[in-house]
Design a protein around this ligand. Structure first.
Ligand code: AMP
Length: 421
């Protein structure tokens, strides 16, 4: 059966010994006042880095962090990879040299120093606007530091950016690391090797972000659970009153259409049958649990209610596959976390099922509930996993396929003068 990893080498098939190995990672971790709040993505990157170091590669790492403005001089500090480099150094027991220029200008001079105890980390790739423009000249500069290109940044595979797409298209020796392989293989199972019943549980704020997934999974799942604020757009499509809840008015007719298509295929759909409501989204505000799906004027639905939680629990009790993306309520604010925490608990008790959780918020709900270890797979990439399940070919994978290499057509002004030497 065809796989999205066909014609893509994995790191173990490439000769890394003594080579300059450029590894694109997703080290985009939450940082507050210089302190890393969750280092999962850093830890998930270690296997590939260690493998390259064991093979005597000269390791050059690259990643984005947050959404800086793309201005190298002004961006700094808040979005610097400095704390990430320090953490990597501790975990790997190596010296991490942070190189200020994300496209590695001038870094050629230090490549000779790199060894199994010293690696290079390029500063936040998004400090240059060229990254998001998928700039050929940024890629051409990085190509100078690269004999072998490895992508192990699953969370950025859906971005057609210079370090993800343009760069590997210039490098003949290229492939994926261990994390990308694991993530893609798990998601691929959800599309091709489905153990039934298969439930997709979608939540979060926006219907628009999840339309593609609903459409692509329509034929594959046995049922959908829709919670979070996106559920109110679907309830409104059924002429149920939703009070002041967050909804997307321009998506109501689309929601109506999706509901019809789900029903026409005899798939199940669970929408909230009760809610935790309040006058406003504020911590520890007065709340009320509704008895029905209807919400009064002046009230907002902020979480799914206990009857809905029980309904989900009984409906998915025999599930063999579950994919969850998006929280069931405004879980960052107490007491609206309960629905998401309870859902995490329900999934953690489905011992016979493959449970896949993707998306920053649902992953953080699972972690806050202390249940990460009980999930089958926790994805490091929310947007990437959604786009993969939408059936979109991820630009970061596309760029690694086959053996075609783009010719260098660099703009000499943007390139190190000794580039072609
Ligand atoms: P998304 O990025 O679309 O997955 O949305 C995640 C956000 O949706 C989180 O910040 C949640 O707080 C928010 N959210 C989920 N349910 C609700 C709700 N009922 N009302 C307001 N915000 C919500």
């Amino acid at each position: 059966m065809a796989s999205s990893l066909d014609n893509i080498k994995n790191i173990e098939e490439l000769d890394l010994s003594g080579k300059k190995v450029f590894i694109r990672l997703d080290l985009n971790v939450p940082i507050k006042n210089g302190v890393i709040k969750d280092d999962t993505r850093i830890k998930e990157a270690l296997k590939t880095i260690r493998y390259a170091l064991d093979k005597n590669a000269k390791v050059i790492l690259s990643s984005h962090l947050g959404r800086p403005k793309g201005n190298l001089k002004e961006d700094k500090k808040e979005f610097s990879l400095l704390p990430v480099g320090e953490r990597l150094g501790e975990l790997l027991g190596v010296e991490v040299l942070l190189w200020e220029d994300p496209q590695g200008l001038g870094a050629k001079a230090v490549l000779g120093e790199l060894n199994s105890k010293k690696i290079l980390l390029l500063e936040n790739s998004r400090f240059l606007k060229e990254e998001e423009k998928n700039s050929h000249s940024m890629a051409a500069n990085l190509a100078k530091l690269t004999d072998v290109y490895i992508n192990d940044g699953f969370g950025a595979l859906h971005r057609a950016h210079a370090t993800v797409a343009a760069l590997p298209s210039l490098i003949k020796e290229r492939g994926i690391g261990f994390l990308v392989k694991k993530e893609v293989e798990v998601l691929e199972q959800l599309l091709t090797n489905i153990k039934r019943p298969f439930w997709a549980i979608l939540g979060g704020a926006k219907v628009s972000d999840k339309i593609g997934v609903i459409e692509n999974l329509l034929e594959k799942v046995d049922g959908f659970v829709i919670g979070g604020a996106m559920a109110y757009t679907f309830l409104k499509a059924q002429n149920i009153t939703v009070g002041n809840s967050l909804i997307e008015n321009d998506k109501v007719s689309l929601a109506k259409d999706l509901l019809k298509r789900i029903e026409a295929r005899h798939k199940k759909i669970i929408l909230p049958i009760d809610h935790v409501v309040a006058k406003e989204l504020k911590a520890n505000t007065n709340t009320r649990v509704t008895q029905t799906a209807a919400i009064n004027d002046g009230e907002m639905g902020l979480d799914i209610g206990p009857q809905t939680i029980n309904l989900i629990k009984s409906e998915i009790a025999d599930a063999k596959t579950v994919f969850w993306n998006g929280p069931m309520g405004a879980f960052e604010t107490a007491p609206f976390e309960k629905g998401s925490f309870e859902l995490a608990k329900i999934l953690s008790n489905l011992s016979a099922a493959m449970t896949v959780v993707g998306g920053g918020d649902s992953v953080s709900a699972v972690k806050k509930a202390g249940l990460s270890e009980k999930m089958g797979h926790i994805s490091t990439g929310g947007g990437a996993s959604l786009e993969y399940l939408e059936g979109i070919e991820l630009p970061g994978l596309k760029a690694l396929k086959g053996s075609h290499v783009e010719p260098l057509k660099a703009d000499p002004e943007d390139i190190d003068e000794d580039f072609f030497s």
